[in-house]
Design a protein around this ligand. Sequence first.
Ligand code: NAP
Length: 475
Amino acid sequence: MGDLLIEIGQNPHARRLIKQLGLPIPMPERLRRATTPWEERPLHDKDVVLAAGENPTLTAAVAQTLAAAGASPLVVGDDSLLEPFRTPGEAHGRPARKLPLGEELDRRADAIVFDASGIDSIAKLRALYDVFHPLVTKLARCGRVVVLGRPHEGLSPAHGAAQLALEGFVRSIAKEIGKTGSTAQLLCVEPGAEERLPAVLRFFLSPRSAFVSGQPIRISARVPGPKTIPWVQPLQGKIALVTGAARGIGAETARLLAAEGAHVVCLDRPDDDGPTSQLAREIGGSPLLADVSRPEAAAAIVDELTKRGGVDIVVHNAGITRDKTIARMSGEYWDLVLNVNLDAVIRMTDAILAGPMRQGGRIICLSSIAGIAGNVGQTNYAASKAGIIGFIKSLAPAVVDKGITVNAIAPGFIETRLTAAVPVAIREVARRMSNVGQGGLPKDVGEMVVFLASPGAVGITGSVIRTCGGAWIGA
Ligand code: NAP
C-alpha cells in the first residue's frame, strides 16, 4: 500500500513547491532498510562516533563490535577511549581516529554510540549534553544513536536516578532526530552480560532496525547461550514455526527467517491453502493448515513439528481484530479475539514446550502498541495483546534453564491488510504519529523477529520490543 505523502516527498520539485507555499505537510525521510541477508561486516565503511561519560565500562565491547563489523570508528574525548580500539582495530584493519571534544566533524556520522555506563551522578549526565549538543546536527539521514547504560535497580538513589535519566534522554532525542529517519535506543547491560552486547549493538546500528526507536532494551546473562555467534546465516539448521503466515507480517517474517537459513513451517487457516502453500514452496518451507482457535490445533502442530525432529523458533503471529466499543460489542467478538490472539497462544506454547521444543529455543509473540496504550473500540484486542505481555513475562523465567528466550514484539502502525481496514483519516493520522512520520512495513517486524530468533539475541528475554517507529502513544 502506497504512502502518498512519502511519494510526493521524494520529488524535489514537489518538496520545493510545498516549502514555498509554507505548508506544514510532513515530509518524512523514506527509511533506509536492509535489502540483503545478514552479512559479516554490516557497518562496512560507516562512520561511527564513540563518546563516553566518566568511567565507561563497555567501550571494549563497542570497540570490538565496530572493528569486526567494518565501521570506521571516530573517538570523541581523551586518549583513554582510544586504547580499547588498538587491538581490534589492528586485527580488522579499522584503526580509530580521534576528535577532540568541541571540535567540528568534517563529515556526517552514520551513528553515535555513547557509553554512559559509568555515569553515577546528575552532574556527570552533563557529558550527554556536551557531546550531543555539537554532534547531533552532524548525524546522517537514517542515522543511529545508541546510548549504553546499566540497570538502575539496586543502585544508590542518585546513581539510579542518573541511569534512569538515560531513558528520558533517549526517548526525547529519538523524537528530535526521527524526522530524518534516524533512531535512538538505550541498551541497558546487566553486569556479567557484557559479551552479549556486540550482537545487539550490531542490530541496532544496522538498517534492519529502521522502524524501532526510543526503546530501552535490557541485555542479561540469565539464559545460558552459545560462546560463538554466527553473523552470517545465523539460523542455518533451525526449524521455525510461523502462525498466520499466509500474508502480512507473517509472510514477510517467514521469508526473512528462510533467507537466514531456517526451514519454516508456514501455518495458516485451511481456507488459506493457496497462499500458504505458495509461500512454503517459494521459501523451501512446508505448509501446515490449521485454525489455531480450534482445540485440536495444538496436537496437529505438535505432530508436524515432532515429525520434523523438533522446533527451535516459534512465532505466534496469527491475530485478528473485531473492533467495536464495549457497549456495542457482541460476546462472540470478545470470545473470538481473546481465543485467537491469547488463549490459542498459551495452548500452543504449552503443548510445544511439553514436546518438540528444542533446548536453546526462541518463542516470539506478536503483541501490539494497542496492548500497551489501549485504543477506542479495541477493548477485546488490547486485552488480548496486553495479556500476551503478561504471558511472556511470566513464562520467560520458567524456561531459563532450557536456554529458551521468550519475548514479545509490539508493532505500531504497519502497512498490512489489518491496517488497510482502518478508516482513511485515522490511518493517515496513525502513520504520522511515529517519530519517523510514516507507517512501518511487514519486513520491519520480520527483521525484529529474525534478530530475536538469532543466537546473538540470547541476552534478551521477557522483553517487549516496540516496532512502532517510536510512536507517540504507548511509550
Ligand atoms: P493480517 O494481514 O490480517 O494476517 C494475519 C494472518 O493470520 C492471516 O493470514 C490470517 O488468516 C491468519 N489467521 C487469523 N486467524 C487465524 C487462525 N485462527 N488460525 C490460523 N491463522 C489465522 O495481519 P497482520 O497485520 O500481518 O498482523 C499479524 C500480527 O501482528 C497480528 O497478531 C496482529 O495483531 C499484530 N499486529 C499488527 C499490526 C499492524 O499494524 N498490522 C499492529 C500491531 C500488531 P485469514 O486471512 O484467513 O484470517
